[in-house]
Design a binder for this molecule. Structure first.
Ligand code: 5AD
Ligand code: SF4
Length: 462
């Protein structure tokens, strides 16, 4: 796969074979976006991507530190890559190993101490310096780059070529904000991604126009606290995400907009109004709550109560009645009793989530939660997670089943797994399988839902 043949010029001198990079991405959508931007920065330096690690001259792991399991996966993968590096060395070739992302930011040099085969450690704020860092590695030596320079990154990351955007499909991510100032007591993000920083309106609009020009129909705005985004609008006023969404909706070609991930404290009136008034803004909102117990919410430093959250969800539903609500939950935070957990189950039933993500609490080094008293037994966490996920699965099934018989619009994204099928995306994110005669990739068509799978839909063209 992705074998690159040497190019033969007129005088039959083979050009050097391009260097190949294999990027493996862990964690959230922002890491997916960052991996693309790292690939773009390396493409400008002559690298081509490969899907096969064994073919690569450079392996980059873009890592996640959010839970212990995610971080530990990286070290087991590094063990395998070290063996590959040794094989290469025996053949007289070099394989450069880089660790990027949140583990790189959190652990820095420690990664090279634990995994000496690693050549480069680069934090998320420094990707614009990646080609230079790799040149320094190739010149001999180890490189650790974890200094914050978010504005620099926003300013200097190269835009991908039109062809590259096209190869990535008709939906795209666009980072508008990075970092977090909320300091929830369970969370490493404020330490790995730094403080809340917004990209400028001009940068965001330019990138969105470029995506639209290459055929992208749906853009998902990304940020660790995306609804904390703000910036000076062309009218000289301070804009929030609501105003930004209205501006992006004016770009020809962009038919659908989404954003993730939000904090309840930053859902302002203008953003709720955008859900009411902006047809391009898809009726889907991921708004993590983490727990339904006020006691635990306080210990988590969420700075809202369960009632605040329910009230907010009501206001959003009133503004956009067909909205699908989604959330994140943590079970077994220190001190969580059976009663606290019952409050979480109660909240799940009250909201009626269309989709949700739930996790066992994982103590993270350096966060206040890790040193709290009354850590919950692992077996209790597991048992609560099973019960929570059963409740969430029921709510999710209710939601997809409510779509049967309805006419919905889907954006056609890719060929289906089976011949004769194509896969589109519903306004509420469910993959929707339709006969391929229904339209072409990039089309937005109306279909009638006739069946459901686990968070997927089967539909007929109308
Ligand atoms: N343990 C378990 N889950 C966590 N999350 C964040 N930090 C932790 C942790 N220490 C979850 C939260 C967050 C999602 C991205 O990951 O639910 O919203
Ligand atoms: Fe993981 Fe958070 Fe980093 Fe994303 S920002 S990769 S979820 S730790």
């Amino acid at each position: 796969m992705n074998q690159v043949a040497p190019i033969i010029t007129a005088d039959a001198e083979p050009l050097p074979t391009p260097k190949k990079v294999f990027v493996k991405t862990y964690g959230c959508q922002m890491n997916v976006y960052d991996s693309q931007r790292m690939s773009d920065a390396l493409a400008a330096d002559g690298y081509v991507g490969t899907e096969v690690m064994e073919d690569a001259d450079l392996v980059l792991l873009n890592t996640c530190h959010i839970r212990e399991k995610a971080a530990e996966k990286v070290y087991s993968e590094l063990g395998r890559i070290r063996d590959l590096k040794n094989e290469r060395r025996a053949e007289g070739r070099n394989l450069v190993i880089g660790v990027a992302g949140c583990v790189a930011q959190a652990e820095g040099e420690e990664i090279i101490r634990r995994a000496p085969a690693v050549d480069l450690v680069i934090g998320p704020q420094t990707y614009h310096r990646l080609p230079d860092a790799i040149r320094r590695v190739r010149a001999g030596g180890k490189v650790v780059e974890t200094e914050y320079a978010l504005e620099d990154k926003f300013e200097h990351l190269p835009a991908p070529a039109r062809k590259v955007v096209q190869s990535r499909g008709v939906t795209a991510f666009l980072t508008v904000q990075e970092g977090c100032d909320k300091f929830c007591t369970f969370c490493v993000v404020p330490y790995t991604r730094g403080s809340e920083t917004s990209r400028s309106v001009a940068q965001i609009v330019a990138e969105a126009e470029q995506l639209a020009g290459a055929g992208v129909r749906e853009v998902t705005l990304l940020g660790q606290n995306v609804n904390a985004w703000h910036g000076e609008g062309p009218d000289g006023r301070d804009w929030g995400l609501g105003q930004l969404l209205f501006r992006l909706a004016e770009i020809p070609g962009i038919a659908r907009l989404r954003y993730t991930t939000s904090h309840p404290r930053d859902m302002d009136d203008a953003l709720i109004a955008a859900h009411r008034d902006l047809p391009q803004l898809m009726p889907y909102l991921h708004l993590p709550v983490q727990s339904g117990s006020d006691r635990i919410l306080k210990a988590m430093n969420r700075r809202h109560t369960a009632a605040d959250y329910l009230h907010l969800m009501d206001r959003i539903r009133t503004a956009r009645p067909d909205i699908a609500l989604s959330g994140d939950f943590i079970v077994g935070f220190p001190g969580e009793t059976e009663e606290d957990f019952a409050d979480t189950l109660q909240l799940v039933r009250e909201v009626g989530y269309a989709l949700a993500f739930s996790f066992k609490y994982s103590p993270r080094p350096g966060t206040p939660g890790a040193s709290m008293k009354d850590h919950v037994d692992e077996a209790v966490k597991t048992e609560r997670l099973v019960r929570l996920q059963a409740a969430l699965a029921e709510e999710q099934a209710k939601f997809v089943n409510s779509l049967i018989g309805k006419t919905i619009s889907v954006l056609i994204e890719k060929p289906g797994r089976q011949a004769g099928q194509i896969v589109g995306r519903s306004p509420w994110l469910q993959p929707t399988i339709v006969d391929e005669s229904a339209g072409r990739i990039g089309d937005i068509i109306d279909v009638r839902v006739h069946g459901t799978g686990y968070n997927s839909l089967f539909a007929d063209p109308i």
